[in-house]
Design a protein around this ligand. Structure first.
Ligand code: EPZ
Length: 417
């Protein structure tokens, strides 16, 4: 497993560019299977999750060309076959092959990873949506076989506005006869990104980004062309780093509306920044006020920024409370944060207390999950001395060119095998 070695307390300045969003790209690639001609996806992030998806798609006989940051995907000769377990269990987002292959072939066989370190993360809402469209779901341990003679559009109400389920049902609905309406849909920007790709292929979709999405099923889709949106979680992570160590650090290629909840919270706690167009310039705040964070569905405070902002709040002058309402087990990073000198305490299974400011000291720590790893990375950047993060591959899943980007703005960081 790779290790991340960080020498802390270096001021960070200069410019850094945000990459394409992992959580859009991992849905856009499987969605390209719907078009029977060559599609193009621009601004694809350089992260390991994409490599896994490409491996699965090439196994299904997609022809994929790389051209700068674009992928040219020819799905004209796709062969639908069971997706091997060793590939599909590498990442959760392999579940998007369910909606895409069900739409095009009315059949998909795939193994699916169970929960992970932030929670059980079932896919019952996805499966219920497929059944509502007329599919039959057979589950044998973690092997899923989903088939349908035909899919008929209908009104589907999501028990929870799940991002993955909204996208997966939207993909399946493309292969359904008639109109599907998704009520209580998720409103995250990733949904709008995927819908724009499908609309470009000729699918009629109304309401993406709202709680109610209407999809008109359509066969023989044209090629699609789409730009992956900037990654709002990578943006938020670098903004938080800037608030702790920046000296006019300029972060380029953000979409302000996608990080609004974080920006408003940072203003509340005394962090100053300047936004011009798609760039934000931010410097270290020497007087961070404590606050109450409550993670919510979009446009509320993103759960994926809960662990990164926890590290920031270890430097606030007083007691902060963090409430995690999306996942049941997303505080594991605090074990190692406390090992570095933070003063955090889990009050209930979804409430965390953080008392600051506490100077952090570098030591050996372990990344339990992607955003927990990001929180330890930020801790290492502000800690006195050297921090070694084990299992840092999980961080590289969601942060492209991490070593290059951080080094270019003055961090002392390296990745070793
Ligand atoms: C997406 O996961 C993101 N991943 C997550 O980002 C993100 O945290 C999450 O949305 C919420 O914004 C990708 O897009 C690949 P959900 P997803 O379905 O779709 C429960 C990261 O760090 N649920 O909205 O899996 C679920 O257990 C990752 O980049 C069900 O109960 O999220 C969770 O508690 C982490 N049944 C909650 O809903 C279901 O069928 C939110 O899940 C589906 C979800």
């Amino acid at each position: 497993m790779s290790k991340l070695i960080i020498e802390g307390q270096n001021t960070l300045s200069g410019e850094v560019k945000i990459s394409g969003a992992k959580n859009s790209a991992v849905a856009l690639l499987p969605a390209a299977i719907l078009a029977k001609k060559k599609s193009v996806i621009y601004n694809v992030p350089e992260i390991s999750d994409i490599d896994y998806l490409i491996e699965i798609m090439e196994l299904l006989n997609c022809k994929i060309e790389h051209k700068d940051d674009a992928l040219i995907i020819d799905s004209s000769s796709v062969v639908n076959k069971p997706i091997p377990e060793e590939l599909s269990i590498q990442m959760r987002a392999s579940y998007y092959f369910m909606g895409a292959l069900l739409a095009r072939y009315k059949k998909v066989e795939i193994s699916f990873p169970g929960g992970c370190s932030i929670g059980a993360r079932p896919i019952d809402i996805h499966l219920k949506g497929f059944e509502e469209l007329g599919a039959t779901v057979e589950i044998n341990k973690n092997r899923y076989k989903i088939t349908a003679d035909k899919l008929i559009g209908k009104k589907i109400y999501l028990d929870f506005p799940s991002v993955g389920a909204t996208i997966n049902i939207m993909l399946a609905a493309v292969g359904a006869k008639g109109t599907t309406i998704i009520e209580n849909a998720a409103m995250e920007p990733e949904i709008v990104n995927v819908a724009s790709f499908l609309i470009n292929m000729g699918v009629k979709i109304l309401g993406a980004g709202t709680k109610r999405i209407e999809i008109e099923g359509k066969e023989d889709l044209d090629r699609g062309v789409v730009d992956v949106f900037p990654d709002r979680i990578e943006s938020g992570t670098y903004i938080i780093i800037g608030a702790l160590l920046g000296d006019n650090l300029r972060i380029n290629g953000i979409i302000k509306e996608h990080v609004e909840a974080l920006l408003l919270k940072l203003k509340d706690i005394g962090v100053k920044y300047n936004i011009d167009g798609d760039s934000i310039t931010i410097s270290k705040c020497n007087n961070i006020k404590p606050t109450h964070i409550k993670t919510l569905i979009f446009p509320g405070f993103a759960t994926d920024l809960q662990q990164p902002i926890t590290t920031l709040l270890t430097q606030a002058k007083g007691k902060s409370i963090i409430e995690e309402t999306i996942y049941e087990n997303r505080f594991k990073n605090t074990i190692d944060l406390n090992k570095m000198g933070a003063n955090t305490r889990i009050i209930t299974n979804n409430k965390l207390e953080v008392i600051g400011p506490t100077p952090l000291k570098g030591t050996k720590v372990n990344a339990t999950d992607l955003r927990g790893g990001a929180s330890l990375l930020i801790a290492g950047l502000i800690a006195q001395g050297e921090t070694v993060i084990d299992n840092c591959d999980v961080i590289l899943r969601g942060y492209g060119f991490l070593e290059e980007k951080l080094t270019s703005i003055g961090a002392k960081i390296k990745i070793t095998e």
